[in-house]
Design a protein around this ligand. Structure first.
Ligand SMILES: [Zn+2]
Ligand SMILES: [Zn+2]
Length: 909
């Protein structure tokens, strides 16, 4: 059963599912659409559903109030607030609490936690309303053009647990929404239509009433009553009301402007108009966007075709229309994209080529390409500032991130300009081949070379961007399921969960335990264990069970599995002595706690976009990958290390508590999910006082002072948007420093200088070596004329048209010398063939050059190949230069004497 069947099932029983008290009270009647068969409720006699209706509100708003974006929200907030709803702050647009989503795509996502494909609803208040900024990238090509598509929009989320305290069900929900429309916005009840629909989400679904006014869908009240899928479901113990309405649309219906952008972006469009000197042709612009909105509302139509129809109807030229409309499309697009970047960067995401960063980079480069195409001279950071200024009444937190947003936009804009040159050369090669590019080609070019389709259009490599491009790109990067490909061990499902002693007594290194099962003679399951299993980037403990080595430890659900070298003597039911390697545990624990400290240090030094991307904690070192835009400078690395060691010296307590997830999120924000989402109702919170709070299941020290020292020994930008830090802590850090000191001692001995003067001494040696090289080059230059003369004299003419061969065998001067010599002489005499065999240790190197005239008859690469073959090796090259070598040093003479014969044969006498 799909959505359609489900819809039929609900609509077959309207009294049970759709008819709310309001409909009887006010007199809404049920109708069936003569076009599509959908059922809807209205006060007036209607034959068609709003799907076939034009936007009647454009230029003629049906409301008593005119409200801009912010004022619309203030009205909504006031209304629900005075009706016992708690107004909560928006959640981040970067969805850190669900690992199947990068971005918050709907208000209900705030309250959904997915555990093993089962969705749980967790409401911080009941009932509540949230102005949730939502990010969606599936309609990018329509943004700015359609009048109503966005990459970010605000969903007014009216959410309620019907079966918890304070809860209500559909009657009150529709009463409230109806009041909001009629009493607060002053909409004539006759203009309102409720359409019967169905909503299916992750693990739950329900029936819904969409409400429309004058053809515009304003909101959708979903009554989530069932859990499971459409074929197998049951009524939820806690039914959920999920009403979502677009704030942009609420404001639009009260203003009736040609596009919803005109009321959503507040002063941003005006500012851009004055920056660019764009004039407004109200009449044409208004009728064009009315035309587009209505056409798009009816069906998905091609915008190019729409424009063509419009110019015909209006009797204006295509050029004139574009001149009026294009700058506005551009401004709307830039306003939208900048607003999305503003929220995403503020909430800790950055443009990159990985994960959710892809789409941010797409829109950023799209906006930059528009600025460039139109020759507009403002930068996106200025636009972001105007957004902040306007939105701060609703979202005051945006102001905290003014500088962060500025930094990232600046870095990314520079990067875009830098990569354009590269793009140019790739584009001209595409154009040269005259091939047409498929969507897959475009995706590949974007992914591997960062070449945007906008740029390809701009430079004429493609005619237009295929509609499917952005959808496909988003699809590729929408979800990021983590996959663990470990084969599960079967036959242990019935066993009791292992008691994890390592959490209860973190210093326990020996214990007794009872064997519950042995699987495949190598996996031992105990009733309790002190062995920490691999997890959260932390390597497992090693040790023994009754003297038998434990090689690996893993956790499967609640059961810890010990992989042993043999199961000899181990019997199910037997009590055994288990021991872990205490030194290993101690070092791993220090490295693990140090990872928390370094992560927070990096965030404090670099910026709020720093998140743990992944981590690995072993005995001898730890590795932390963070999200950051550039390679680290020496100062940044030192800053991070210094901040981390300060926390170590402060000897701060590390406090571990288990909390309800909902409380942990509320108290500490989603920053706790550095290591990813925790799929359970309770979370273990590791709190390094005044420094870092994370949800973590690993082993930690009790006070940071135990770590002793943290030393970062390497950093590397491992991919676009991810920087790796490798460091040592505790005894491993002491060992590291000692080793470095030893190396320094050795260097000082070799140089014959004291440790304090090593740097000075190395610098002097380097200078001296440079000087020697300089002298050598000068000697070569000075002696070259006489050497050349000798060569020209000694060269043997081997053909009637004057081609000459010179060969030499040298045991003293190296390849570099012969390469510069060969190059110079063949440049001076284009008929010359130059061959040098250079003795090198146990082998021979071959260097060949052929002058421009001689090149027509024989290639330097071929000579090198032949000679190398004779010498028991291999070689090659191009027409002018060849090289190779072999190991038969004793064949040098033989090779030289055969050379003339070989060359002569090739060129023909
Ligand atoms: Zn219809
Ligand atoms: Zn931890």
């Amino acid at each position: 059963m799909g959505k359609k069947e489900l819809s039929a099932l609900f609509s077959a029983n309207p009294d049970k599912y759709y008819k709310v008290a309001l409909f009887d009270k006010v007199g809404f009647q049920r109708h069936k659409c003569i076009h599509c068969g959908k059922f809807f409720w209205s006060l007036v006699d209607r034959t068609v559903c709003p799907d076939h209706e034009v936007y009647g509100f454009l230029g003629n708003p049906p409301t008593s109030k005119r409200l801009d974006y912010i004022d619309t929200w203030k009205e909504v907030e006031k209304f629900f607030g005075s009706n016992e709803h708690t107004i909560i702050n928006r959640y981040p647009v970067v969805c850190r609490w669900r690992d199947d989503l990068y971005y918050t795509i709907a208000s209900i996502v705030d309250f959904q936690r997915v555990v093993e494909n089962k969705v749980f609803f967790e409401l911080p208040a009941n009932p509540l309303v949230v102005p949730q900024m939502c990010v969606r990238f599936n309609d990018i090509e329509n943004v700015g053009l359609s009048g109503r598509h966005y990459t970010t929009f605000c969903m007014i989320g009216q959410t309620c647990d019907a079966d918890a305290e304070g809860g209500y069900w559909k009657d009150r929900c529709m009463d409230l929404d109806y009041q909001l429309l009629t009493k607060i916005l002053g909409i004539d009840p006759k203009a309102i239509t409720f359409v019967e629909d169905v909503w299916m989400g992750a693990g739950a679904f329900g029936y819904s009433l969409e409400y429309f006014v004058n053809g515009l869908e304003l909101g959708n009240a979903v009554f989530t009553e069932f859990e499971g899928n459409e074929n197998e479901y049951q009524t939820m113990k806690h039914r959920i009301i999920d009403m979502g309405a677009g704030l942009e649309r609420f404001s639009w219906i009260t203003m009736g402007t040609p596009t919803s952008y005109d009321c959503t972006f507040g002063p941003v469009i005006n500012e851009m108009m004055s920056k660019t000197g764009t004039m407004l042709d109200k009449e044409i612009l208004g009728s064009y966007f009315r035309f587009v909105s209505n056409a798009l509302e009816r069906s998905e139509v091609d915008l190019g075709a729409l424009k063509a129809t419009f110019v015909k109807e209006m009797k204006i030229s295509f050029e004139d229309l574009n001149m009026i409309v294009n700058p506005f499309e551009a401004m709307y697009t830039i306003a939208d994209h900048t607003r999305t970047l503003l929220f995403a960067i503020s909430d800790g995401s950055i443009p990159s080529n990985v994960g959710g960063g892809y789409n941010l980079r797409v829109i950023l480069r799209r906006a930059l390409a528009i600025l460039e195409r139109l020759g507009w001279k403002f930068d996106l950071a200025e636009i972001a500032d105007i957004h902040i200024e306007y939105l701060k009444r609703m979202y005051p937190e945006l102001e905290e991130h003014v500088n962060d947003v500025r930094t990232i936009l600046q870095i990314e804009s520079n990067r875009y300009l830098g990569s354009k040159e590269r793009m140019n050369s790739i584009t001209s090669s595409i154009k040269g081949k005259k091939q047409s590019l498929s969507v897959d080609d475009l995706i590949r070019l974007y992914e591997s070379d960062g070449i945007t389709p906008e740029f390809l259009t701009e430079s004429g490599a493609i005619e237009s961007i295929p509609q499917a491009f952005y959808a496909k790109l988003s699809e590729l990067h929408e979800s990021h399921h983590s996959s663990h490909n470990l084969k599960p061990i079967t036959g242990i499902e019935e066993l009791q969960p292992t008691r994890m002693l390592y959490y209860e007594y973190d210093l326990m290194t020996e214990s007794d335990a009872k064997i519950l099962a042995i699987v495949e003679n190598k996996y031992v399951i105990l009733d309790q264990t002190i062995f920490y299993p691999r997890g959260g980037g932390q390597e497992p403990d090693t040790g023994d069970i009754e003297g038998i080595k434990v090689l690996d430890v893993i956790k499967q659900n609640d059961i810890v599995i010990h992989k042993v070298s043999s199961s000899k003597g181990l019997l199910s039911g037997k009590t055994v002595r288990i021991r872990i390697n205490p030194r290993r545990r101690d070092l791993i624990t220090k490295h693990h706690t140090a990872t928390h400290i370094v992560n927070a240090s990096a965030r404090s030094i670099l910026g709020p976009w720093v998140w743990q991307n992944s981590a690995f904690k072993d005995e001898d070192y730890a590795r932390l990958d963070i999200t950051h835009h550039s390679s680290l400078t020496r100062e940044e690395i030192e800053g991070i290390e210094r901040a981390a060691n300060k926390v170590v010296r402060q000897d701060s307590p590390v406090i571990i508590n288990t909390l309800d997830r909902i409380d942990a999120e509320r108290n500490y924000s989603f920053r706790i999910y550095q290591g990813g989402v925790v799929p359970s109702g309770t979370v273990r919170i590791v709190n390094i006082k005044d420094w870092d709070i994370e949800a973590c299941g690993g082993t930690h020290v009790n006070h940071t002072g135990e770590i002793g020292l943290i030393k970062i020994f390497r950093t590397e930008r491992i991919q676009d948007g991810v920087v790796r830090l490798e460091f040592v802590a505790g005894e491993a850090a002491i060992d590291f420093v000692e080793k470095q000191d030893n190396q320094l001692n050795t260097i000082s001995r070799v140089l014959g200088a004291s440790k304090e003067k090593v740097v000075e001494s190395v610098r002097k040696s380097v200078d001296e070596a440079d000087e020697t090289k300089r002298k050598l080059r000068a000697i070569v230059r000075k002696t070259l004329p006489s050497v050349m003369n000798t060569i020209f004299k000694d060269a043997k003419v081997i053909s009637s048209d004057g081609i000459k061969l010179y060969s030499t065998h040298d045991e003293e001067l190296d390849e570099d010398y012969h390469i510069s010599l060969g190059e110079t002489v063949t440049q001076n005499d284009p008929s010359l063939i130059f061959v040098a065999l250079i003795g090198k240790g146990q082998g021979v190197r071959v260097i060949t050059f052929v002058g421009e005239v001689a090149r027509k008859r024989i290639k330097a690469g071929d000579i090198a190949q032949q000679l190398s073959l004779t010498l028991g090796g291999s070689g090659g090259g191009n027409a002018a230069f060849g090289q190779g070598g072999g190991k038969f040093k004793h064949k040098i003479r033989e090779t030289i004497s055969s050379l003339e014969e070989m060359v002569s044969q090739t060129i023909g006498r």
